[in-house]
Design a protein around this ligand. Structure first.
Ligand SMILES: *Cc1c(COP(=O)(O)O)cnc(C)c1O
Length: 354
């Protein structure tokens, strides 16, 4: 008998590679925003009073919750805030998925869901997406211990809410379980389910500042839902770590929310660069999904995705490739600046010898 027999063993989530500081690469592998946060964030950071750091922050993240509640038109106690949406999602898995029945989510989706299910020992089952990477609604009408839907989905970029009833039908058919809608990418042209939380007490909508607000390094995520859901989330949070959000994050998050104009401008820029990149790739024979996110999901025709991934890396361009069934013919490429995307296309042409 060894202490190692008692270890909670898990296979961790593997994030995209981060270059060392100063390394010159074009980084299109973790869906970060290519533009900086709002100038209002720079101002708030300069004005931040470091002497306040001796005091614990607001345990309920009060001021940022208020700002979010105002911004989205909800009440303070219908909003939960966490350290990135990964923290919000992990807390939600632990809080709401406490049944013997399996939690269900698609076979191709954010690869953290099965990791959380494993670490918390939550039974789960995956449902295959169809050949166009869409969810099959009827798959989610069975007995289950919970449902997780990334919409738009990662790494496919595909959105289900063009049919507005899609999520509502699933939420309405499953009053016995909590449905989590992970809307990490919804600001890039998706349709949010957030208004449905007023009508259904079993829907939790999870969002993040990491992508559309250029805040991946700050770690702010939040959820909107019925006050009972939010109370249960807070009960679990206060049972693990009361002071999750630090003072600078709270202040800078509020500053980011205050600048809607800059937010819209940078998100729009990413969406138009995305369309340019999709058109360029399609004209070179790539299959590309209709992305509603800040990345494109593309499958080359004249070269394997793996080879293209490796050759781009040799040339200093990082994209994401997974050696997994149904994914290994595809690359996920984050949308960078126009210049970065032009370089990407130029290097693809050079690799494919045209
Ligand atoms: C990026 C991402 C997240 C987590 O982002 P945070 O940086 O933790 O807020 C959650 N879900 C999906 C689908 C994502 O792509």
């Amino acid at each position: 008998m060894s202490w190692e027999d008692n270890v909670r063993r898990v296979e961790p989530y593997v994030p995209g590679e981060q270059p060392k500081d100063g390394e010159k690469i074009i980084k299109l592998n973790t869906n970060e925003m290519p533009y900086p946060p709002s100038p209002k964030v720079f101002e708030a950071l300069k004005a931040f009073d470091a002497s306040s750091l001796r005091l614990y922050p607001a345990a309920d993240v009060g001021p940022l919750r208020d700002a979010l509640a105002d911004h989205y038109g909800f009440a303070h106690d219908e909003v939960f805030v966490g350290v990135g949406s990964d923290d919000v999602l992990a807390t939600a898995f632990l809080t709401f998925f406490n049944s013997e029945k399996p939690v269900i989510f698609p076979d191709i989706t954010y690869s953290f869901y099965d990791v959380w299910a494993e670490v918390y020992r939550i039974p789960y089952e995956t449902k295959p997406l169809d050949d166009d990477f869409h969810m099959v609604k009827s798959d989610y009408m069975c007995e289950n211990g919970g449902i997780v839907i990334a919409n738009p989905n990662a790494p496919t970029g595909v959105s289900e809410m063009d049919d507005i009833a899609f999520i509502e039908d699933i939420v309405a058919a499953n009053p016995q379980s909590v449905v989590i809608a992970d809307e990490a990418y919804v600001d890039f042209g998706g349709v949010t389910a957030v208004e449905l939380t007023r009508k259904y007490d079993n829907l939790l909508v999870v969002r993040t500042f990491s992508k559309s607000r250029a805040f991946a390094g700050m770690r702010i995520g939040f959820a909107v839902g019925n006050r009972k859901l939010i109370k249960y989330l807070n009960d679990v949070k206060y049972s693990i770590n009361s002071y999750t959000m630090n003072r600078p994050a709270i202040e800078l998050g509020i500053a980011s929310l205050s600048d809607n104009e800059y937010f819209k401008e940078t998100v729009d820029k990413v969406m138009s660069t995305r369309q340019w990149a999709i058109d360029e790739l399609r004209s070179r024979g790539f299959a590309v999904t209709d992305s509603k996110t800040n990345f494109v999901f593309a499958s080359p025709s004249k070269i394997s995705a793996e080879e293209l991934f490796r050759k781009l890396k040799e040339r200093g361009i990082y994209v994401r490739w997974w050696d997994k069934p149904r994914l290994r013919d595809w690359l996920r490429i984050s949308v960078g600046t126009d210049e970065e995307m032009r370089t990407l296309i130029r290097e693809i042409d050079s690799i494919m010898g045209s």
